[in-house]
Design a protein around this ligand. Structure first.
Ligand SMILES: [Zn+2]
Length: 266
């Protein structure tokens, strides 16, 4: 996933997974004089939640001597997530959850920030649990082609897209949590107040129940998808990436998802 001379940007939310990843990559990076590391945190603008996480992320960066870059929804898009949720409530008609908006906007924010600092890789702390949940979620949503795009190491599909890597994709969440506890790493443990992905929660519970009865089942789901993915990629390839008519960012449509969402909110 990483080369000896990579400049790696780590997406750090302040939760246990991302803070553990930062500590582990910092340890590895020390052995590679040509490599460099920095952390990126996206401030979505969630009152009473993100402020604490930002502080924890920045304390961990200080401790490790890592540069910390903070980017925000307000500065990039003109709205905080709190304001977006307020607008969605007033409109009342949108079927999308705050998580759906946040996911799209955060993805673009991370890519833009990583590109601006000249990063070769953008590392995110998605664990085996996140990956298997997403696989099943995409299947249950009927969005299977997405599985081809969201993989442990993304393709260099467009010069404006920083290659994304997920070093924890085969690590169970329990182990990243254990690492943080054993190393006495400070992390934010309060969940996001908007966390409302009902279907993902059901899938998480189901997978945890199955894992308890049939050890290794999360790996099996993950590995099965790794084997099917090349076939899915053959279909996805035909789509190709264009540049958004409004913001110039890579997209499969004429106008990217972010711009579509911002239009709806305006
Ligand atoms: Zn756009």
């Amino acid at each position: 996933m990483l080369n000896f001379d990579d400049k790696t940007a780590v997406a750090v939310s302040g939760g246990k997974d991302s803070v553990s990843l930062l500590h582990i990559l910092a340890k590895i990076e020390k052995k590679h004089p040509k490599a460099s590391l920095l952390a990126i945190t996206v401030d979505e603008g969630i009152k009473g939640y993100r402020d604490e996480a930002l502080k924890i992320a920045s304390e961990n960066c200080d401790e490790l001597g890592i540069k910390h870059v903070v980017t925000s929804f307000r500065e990039l898009y003109g709205f905080t997530l709190d304001e977006i949720v307020e607008r969605l409530k007033r409109k009342g008609e949108s079927g999308l959850t705050p998580c759906a908006y946040c996911g799209v906007l955060r993805r673009k924010a991370l890519n833009t920030a990583a590109r601006n600092v000249g990063a070769d890789k953008l590392a995110t702390a998605h664990t085996l649990d996140d990956e298997t949940q997403t696989i099943l979620l995409n299947i249950l949503h009927g969005d299977v082609l997405r599985i081809a795009r969201e993989k442990p190491v993304t393709d260099e599909a467009h010069p404006k897209l920083v290659q994304k890597v997920k070093p924890f994709c085969e690590i169970p969440e329990k182990e990243t949590a254990l690492y943080a506890y054993v190393r006495r790493i400070r992390f934010q443990s309060t969940p996001c107040p908007y966390a409302s992905e009902a279907l993902r929660n059901d899938i998480r519970q189901m997978l945890n129940r199955m894992e308890e009865k049939h050890t290794g089942i999360k790996f099996t789901v993950f590995k099965s998808m790794e084997r099917i993915r090349p076939a899915l990629e053959q279909i996805v390839k035909k789509e190709g990436l264009k540049e958004c008519y409004e913001c110039g960012e890579p997209t499969t449509e004429r106008i990217c998802k972010t711009c579509q969402m911002l239009r709806e909110l305006a």
